[in-house]
Design a protein around this ligand. Sequence first.
Ligand SMILES: [Zn+2]
Length: 186
Amino acid sequence: MPTPIGHTLAGAILFAAQKNRRVVFFILLVFFALLPDVDFLFGFIIGDANRYHHFFTHSFIFVILAGLAGGVIYATWKKDSILKSSAIFISAGISHVILDILALDKREPFGCPIWWPFSNEFVISPVLVFSDVSRVSESKYFIQSLFNEHNMRTILIEFAVLAPLLIVVFGIRKLKLVRTKTSGLS
Ligand SMILES: [Zn+2]
């Protein structure tokens, strides 16, 4: 699995591609890009943080339903399009699942149950781009176990892959804005 930093970068890339520049929209996008890892909490409560990790919250159906609910709430609140808002929040959730199946996984079953509940098969990409997160399962030591050299390397890989993409998407969006403004002036 990539780190929360990797997933936040994926959310930021999606945000950079949007016209909507609201801070709350950015926060929600990052929230949905991180949401599948809420399954750490289920195990954390019983003292075994890794216990339920990479289960149903890492399926397409979960991220679609969560994004849809988020889209309806956001669009109603900000008087925006339900379809557009839902689509972008669903994309944020899908970005999480994709990043996870592109990452090294040392714990069986490898990958994510992306087709749950239709299939319990775990899927992982044959080509891995990202590294994994070294961590203990015991809740008491879980947080402090995240701060190590291996995880710093994992973060560096995420920056190396995703930061250039973020810059490119941001640049394209800026160019489009400038063009729209200049064509509006003429
Ligand atoms: Zn995950």
